[in-house]
Design a protein around this ligand. Sequence first.
Ligand code: SAM
Length: 288
Amino acid sequence: MYNLTDIGTIKEILGRHGFHFSKSLGQNFIVNPSVCPRMAEESGIDENCGVIEIGAGIGVLTAELAKRAKKVVVIEIDTKLLPILDETLKDFDNIEIINQDVLKTDLAALIKEKFDGMPVYVCANLPYYITSPVIMALLESRLPIEAVTVMVQKEAAQRICAPVGSRLSGAVTVAVDYYAHAQKLFDVSAGSFMPAPKVDSCVIRMDIRKTPGIEITDEELFFRMEHAAFGQRRKTAANSISAGSGIPKDVVIKAIEECGFEPSVRAEGLTMQELAMLSEKISEIIHG
Ligand code: SAM
């Protein structure tokens, strides 16, 4: 079995295959030996589970997942990594590699086809350029998954895990909190990667809620409202919502008043329940 965090081993394998890192594909591979075992350990998986990994690199996390789970399906876009993975993961018989763009993958169909009723987890060191679209696709499509454990840039982690209504919260905080309970697991320094990125990272875990965190009758309106509200976070909620959502300003002002909020309230000061209350009120006023 290869030591996939040993710099000499990695350089030898990559060199032999003529592989060059692609910045545009977010290729920063983990070389700190403690990171992947800890990630796999804290992701909640066991020998009865299926795991989807996004982006294999040379398979350093894939191997740790495969040691602990029943089956690992890893989606990797870069064809040049396939012969490398064939070599580095050859000792495992429970790994399947799919050479595809995760954003073009029908994950619901994949889960049905590959995991045969097993509890399914997602675990990945995400390419940073697609962090938000991947997380939102995983959550919004209501996949039958238990938890998503991902490495993301530290700033993104802080935003995702911030309490709704706190200074750091934003549209993504509200959206994630609607579908999942997010928590920070541990920090990972830039020096843990090859090549080292400019910023530090953090591993977070999002446990999918069986039912959304709040009750909302009109989800489409709720998300339209909250995206507009956080899109221009320095403005008052009345101004940002009416400017960015297409909901008439008089409706927003009336709803804010009927909820008992200050007219100058800003979205970032509202809790999840208060945002839900505001969206319900707007819906009531619009639909009479
Ligand atoms: N898991 C490895 C590790 O921890 O060392 C590699 C992580 S690296 C940050 C991201 C990986 O995602 C790369 O292997 C890259 O080729 C792959 N990738 C980038 N964009 C992708 C996409 N759209 N779909 C699937 N894989 C992608």
